[in-house]
Design a protein around this ligand. Structure first.
Ligand code: KG4
Ligand code: ZN
Length: 391
């Protein structure tokens, strides 16, 4: 599976291409085609354009053959956040080339692919349409099945590809749009235990970075600045800590950072580092408290024997969070899993892998399958006040 060194090498190689800001990794030799299911995956739900090829053996183990990701942050920088129309155009402009690159890197020709998967939701409608229409066109032209993948399910199943982990497991999904603890009972079978009642965690990182004048995406920028900071200097709240229900809230924390920043203005680099360190420490304590609560509830109510705890989504790249959650899992007697850094943020390897899981169960989709900008993993979860589309 992916190594950090392999990733860095391929980033350098990719940086020489003319097209933009690439993350690119080839992590296994070309497929042997002996009994493996090969799926081409496409991801365009937000601001990364990605394509990948993944192989799944008959016993369910996976191999990543190629993964190309073009991040769009340069296209959105002037606006301080993702602009849906710009995102959709940028996907449309480069997706064909990215698909070609993913196939070339994998060493697999289109006629050897067994299915074409695309993220069909949740996400920004324009981008989803670009990815899904392209996937359907490739599937139709090549005579292969089309697979409409739920982007959240793809994050949730990534550990099957990287660690060979099978459900059931408990998972914290932390991205720019979602913050949830889910019980993953099986492919297509999820129970949401908790969610955020306001901002998603990635969104809180991004907004905090913006208000402190740091670049986007905010998560890595805040994490970098926090390394030099004193987490105890500024007093910040731990929202929802100790509450009986297991939900999250981050809007108040971000507002408190804004207030402390105003009081300390003009901000020196050291002030910004201390605010970032304080914010990250508050996030860590809150998330660990909330996850601990969710683990207890899952144990009491789910009636399944849980022995694995997984973190996934873009914020799972945060080193402090990974280490804090690994400690929590150890304390709770759970094995801890986190995807390698290149597969935490949005990528198409996870879409291709979820596609192989669906294809191996015969779950293919018709060519008129719709995109689903809103597509919760647990449609029956009880409504949580304030949660809105982040549920
Ligand atoms: O999963 P993802 O790539 O896209 C969505 O599905 O939303 O998550 C993106 C989010 C962004 O908010 C970004 O700031 C955050 O993940 N993120 C991080 C880190 N790397 C990315 N947050 C905290 N620390 C990081 N190292
Ligand atoms: Zn995502």
């Amino acid at each position: 599976m992916p190594t950090e060194t392999g990733e860095r090498k391929s980033v350098r190689r990719a940086a020489r291409t003319e097209i933009g800001n690439w993350r690119n990794c080839t992590l296994a030799p070309a497929a042997s085609d002996k009994g493996e299911t090969l799926v081409l995956g496409i991801e365009t739900s937000c601001d990364e354009t990605a394509a990948a090829v993944v192989a799944r053996s008959t016993c369910g183990t996976g191999r990543l053959l190629s993964s190309i990701v073009r991040a769009q942050w340069e296209d959105h920088r002037a606006f301080g956040g993702v602009v849906p129309e710009i995102a959709a155009r940028a996907h449309a402009e480069c997706l064909d080339e990215i698909i070609r690159m993913a196939l070339r890197e994998s060493g697999v020709s289109i006629d050897r692919i067994d299915g074409v998967a695309a993220a069909a939701g949740p996400g920004l409608i324009g981008g989803l349409i670009v990815g899904v229409i392209s996937a359907k066109a490739v599937a139709l032209a090549a005579g292969k099945p089309f697979l409409a993948v739920n982007h959240l399910e793809a994050h949730a199943l990534t550990v099957g590809l990287t660690d060979g982990l099978l459900p059931p497991y408990l998972m914290l999904l932390v991205s720019g749009g979602h913050t949830q603890v889910l019980l993953v009972r099986g492919v297509g079978d999820y129970a949401r235990i908790s969610t955020t009642i306001d901002d998603a965690l990635g969104e809180a990182f991004d907004k905090t970075a913006k208000l402190l004048g740091l670049p986007q995406p905010g998560g890595p920028a805040v994490e970098r600045a926090a390394r030099a900071g004193n987490p105890a200097r500024f007093e910040l709240p731990r929202p929802m800590k100790g509450r009986a229900e297991p939900h999250f809230s981050f809007a108040g924390l971000k507002t408190a950072v804004r207030q402390r920043a105003r009081e300390a203005a003009p901000l020196s680099e050291a002030d910004i580092a201390d605010l970032c360190a304080g914010f990250q420490q508050a996030v860590l304590e809150t998330v660990i408290d909330r996850c601990s609560k969710a683990i207890s509830l899952a144990r009491e109510e789910a009636g399944v024997d849980i022995s694995h705890f997984v973190v996934a989504g873009g914020v799972a790249a945060n080193a402090a969070l990974r280490s804090g959650l690994s400690g929590l899992a150890a304390k709770e007697g759970l094995a801890f899993h986190a995807p390698p850094l290149a597969l935490c943020g949005d990528n198409a390897a996870m879409i291709a892998w979820a596609g192989t899981e669906r294809l191996s169960r015969g779950l293919v989709d018709p060519l008129d399958a719709p995109v689903r900008p809103r597509w919760p993993l647990d449609a029956d979860a009880a409504k949580v006040r304030g949660a809105g589309i982040k549920a």
